[in-house]
Structures are given as structure tokens and as C-alpha cells.
Design a binder for this molecule. Structure first.
Ligand SMILES: NC(=O)C1=CN([C@@H]2O[C@H](COP(=O)(O)OP(=O)(O)OC[C@H]3O[C@@H](n4cnc5c(N)ncnc54)[C@H](OP(=O)(O)O)[C@@H]3O)[C@@H](O)[C@H]2O)C=CC1
Ligand SMILES: O=C1OC[C@@H](O)[C@H](O)[C@H]1O
Length: 367
């Protein structure tokens, strides 16, 4: 007997680079990755720039003609046809956009970094819990088959007890030419910087083996030591290196990120795997992965299965872990004296329109 797949109806909030890739991936039939239990439908997309931008976006990604284009985000989160909203705005806006979507009764998949600080993450989690809605940080690499397999093998003890994990995600380049002072990667107003943009991936690899797979009663937030070097153009971080020591036995996680030098200077001549998991009996290293499509559909499949099964959070990328990783990044910024220059902690981006003025309508004003 064949069972109808569960269909999840997506709304896309923002029309930038990753929104395009993600939406194209949503439209790849799940059967191409041997999934027959779920189906994704793109029902709407919204741009805060203009209606025509949303229309061009839907056309470019190949969405069905029935998909609705909106010229404001609020129209999207008010659309009754939408089940879940994928938020693909700059980091600075994740909190307020996710909050609006949740308050409008939508499930949310929010791009990384989840928020700009732990405080904001806690608020979003509280709202999702209270309203019975699914919420997940879109750390897509957690859902890659290679990540699942390595978690399982390490969890089975194949390399003994894990004592050290190294993870680097760094893209080197002529930063001033690439990003200037306005690009979201370096803009302080858009919560740019290597740590929030790329460092979250390094942290997520470390956390998978030194936190996620550790039995709940034994795991806990790590102690944090870090160095940060600022980008002269704006004052965000351009290199950050973090050393973590995890309970229960002090295992070390070394998470690094950089926008001046790369983890793989030449993709065809790799100089070493950027992820190494070292155990008492052996080591597993992972190269930078490459996939058909963009590899973003696995996280979308996870959303569909969780929502179908009535789960509010994913076991693979759960609320507690997103919150603890945000807390680590808060501490790294504190050690890097970041908040002395710009108050990313506490209420920044939350209520103050003095410190942050959105460039255009974002729905921010209500909070
Ligand atoms: N998973 C992954 O592999 C990747 C994830 N990301 C994450 O996705 C998010 C977006 O990144 P990316 O797509 O590269 O960014 P882009 O700059 O390409 O797109 C961001 C979009 O956000 C909207 N937006 C709303 N308010 C603003 C504002 N004040 N300034 C600029 N844009 C605004 C715009 O869409 P509109 O005009 O339609 O409203 C814009 O196109 C970030 O959180 C980033 O970390 C990024 C790259 C890869
Ligand atoms: O998530 C990301 O992965 C790819 C990078 O190029 C991008 O800046 C980052 O946001």
C-alpha cells in the first residue's frame, strides 16, 4: 500500500543569495535522494525591496506559477497558505523576523547564525514552545549524510573516547575589495563578521562530537578561551580562534574562522581536511563536502518530518544546542572586547531604534 507523502508548504522570506539556492533545492524532487515520505511546495516568497523583486525571484528559481509574490514580509507571515517560513535575511534581522513569523503562527527555519546573541535565542525558543510551533536554526551541514554517518560511528565508539576536535571554516580573499564597508559580511549594522557568519559552522562540528553525542546527564556548556582580530574597515571580527574545554572530561574543541586566509586555498589541491575528530583509538577527518544541488534539501526534509510528527524541535539541531552555541559566541565577543564597541549583547537589535535603523520595512518597528 502506498502512503501519500506529507506536503510542507513553504514561504521564503528575502530574495538574496542563499534564499535562491535553498528554494532551488526545495524544488528538487525528494525521490532523487530516495525520500518518498515528504514533499515540499513553494507557495510564496516575499521581498522587502519590491514586489517585482519577489516576482523575479520566483521566476528565476523555477517556482510553480501558483506561488504568490509579496512586496512585504508581513504579507508573507499573514498568508494562511504558508505552513513554514524560511528566513534568509542578514543576521541582524533574524530575531525580529523569526519573532514575527512565530507570533503569526508560522513554523520557522531560520538561517544561521540563529540570532545575534543567546538572549534573543531564548526569547524565540520561549515563543515557539508557548505557541506549539516548530523552530530550527538552518545549520545545513548537520544534516549532510556525511555528518550523520560520522556522528553515528563516533557515537558507537569506533574511535574510542573523543578527546579533541578541530574545525575550521575560513574563506580567504581580498577582503577590502570583496566586502568594502557595507557588505553584510562586514557591516556592523547587519551583524557581520567571521564569527557569526562562518565560525558557527566550526562550532557546530565541534559541538556535534563534544556535546551533542554526549549523554545528556554528562554534557554541559564548555569553558571558552579565544582570540579575535578586527577588520579595520568596520570593526567586526575578521579572524577568530576559539579553544573550548567540555564536560565531563575536559576534551578540547578548537574552532577557527577567518576571512583573510582559507581552510582550502585551492579547492582542487586540498592541503588538509578542515575537520578532525580525534579519539583514544583513532581519528576521522572530513573534507569540505560537495553535493548535487546545494545540499540544503536535507535540512528542509528534517523540517517536514518534524512537523509531520508534531515535533517542535529537531533532535539533530535542537533548541538547547543552538542556545548554548550562541552563548559561546557571546563569550567570545566579550573576550574580544566587541561589546565595548558595539553592544551586541542584551537589548541590541531588540527594542532600540537608536542603535539600529533598518534600511527599509522589515516589521522590526513593532518590537
Ligand atoms: N546556509 C548557507 O550555506 C548560507 C547561509 N547564509 C545565511 O543566510 C543569510 C542571508 O545571507 P545571503 O543570502 O548571503 O545575503 P544576501 O545579502 O544575498 O541577501 C539577504 C537578503 O535579505 C534581505 N534584507 C532585508 N533587510 C535587509 C537589509 N537591511 N540589508 C540587506 N538585506 C536585507 C534582502 O532581501 P529582500 O530585498 O528580498 O527583502 C537581501 O537580498 C545570512 O544569515 C547568512 O549567514 C548565507 C550564505 C550561505
Ligand atoms: O553560510 C555561509 O556559507 C558560505 C559562505 O560563502 C557564506 O558567506 C556563509 O554565509
Amino acid at each position: 500500500m502506498s502512503v501519500e507523502p506529507f506536503t510542507l508548504k513553504w514561504g521564503i522570506l528575502a530574495t538574496g543569495g542563499i534564499a535562491k539556492l535553498f528554494t532551488k533545492d526545495l524544488l528538487i524532487p525528494p525521490s532523487t535522494r530516495s525520500a518518498s515520505d515528504i514533499h515540499h511546495q513553494v507557495v510564496a516568497a516575499a521581498s522587502s525591496s519590491s514586489l517585482s523583486r519577489a516576482q523575479s525571484f520566483l521566476h528565476e528559481v523555477g517556482a510553480p506559477a501558483s506561488a504568490t509574490a509579496y512586496g512585504s514580509y508581513a504579507s508573507l507571515w499573514q498568508d494562511p497558505a504558508v505552513d513554514i517560513i524560511y528566513i534568509a535575511t542578514p543576521h541582524s534581522h533574524h530575531y525580529q523576523h523569526a519573532r514575527h513569523c512565530l507570533e503569526a503562527g508560522k513554523h520557522v527555519l531560520c538561517e544561521k547564525a540563529f540570532t545575534v546573541n543567546e538572549e534573543q535565542a531564548k526569547v524565540l525558543i520561549g515563543i515557539a514552545r508557548e505557541k506549539g510551533l516548530f523552530l530550527m536554526e538552518a545549520v545545513w551541514t548537520r544534516f549532510l549524510p556525511v555528518a550523520r554517518e560520522v556522528r553515528e560511528r563516533v557515537g558507537r565508539g569506533e574511535i574510542g573516547g573523543v578527546r579533541r576536535v578541530w574545525a575550521d571554516l575560513s574563506f580567504g580573499g581580498r577582503v577590502e575589495e570583496l566586502f568594502g564597508k557595507e557588505h553584510r559580511m562586514v557591516s556592523m549594522d547587519l551583524a557581520g563578521g567571521a564569527l557569526l557568519d562562518l565560525g558557527i559552522y566550526s562550532l557546530t562540528w565541534v559541538f556535534q562530537f563534544l556535546y551533542h553525542i554526549v549523554p545528556e546527564a554528562q554534557r554541559g556548556p564548555p569553558t571558552v578561551a579565544s582570540c579575535m582580530t578586527k577588520y579595520p574597515g568596520t570593526g567586526c571580527d575578521e579572524m577568530t580562534s576559539i579553544v573550548l574545554s567540555f564536560p565531563p572530561n575536559g576534551a578540547h574543541g578548537i574552532a577557527t574562522t577567518n576571512i583573510r586566509v582559507s581552510h582550502t586555498p585551492h579547492p582542487h589541491h586540498p592541503t588538509g581536511d578542515p575537520i578532525r575528530i580525534q579519539g583514544t583509538l583513532g581519528e576521522i577527518s572530513i573534507p569540505f563536502p560537495a553535493y548535487r544541488g546545494h545540499g540544503l534539501f536535507w535540512e528542509a526534509d528534517e523540517c517536514a518530518r518534524c512537523i509531520r510528527d508534531g515535533k517542535l524541535e529537531s533532535e539533530t539541531m535542537g533548541w538547547e544546542e543552538s542556545r548554548v552555541m550562541m552563548g559561546v559566541m557571546d563569550e567570545v565577543r566579550r573576550q574580544g572586547d566587541w561589546e565595548l564597541e558595539r553592544p551586541f549583547t542584551k537589548s541590541f537589535f531588540r527594542t532600540s531604534s537608536r542603535t539600529y535603523q533598518p534600511k527599509r520595512e522589515t516589521g522590526f518597528e513593532q518590537h
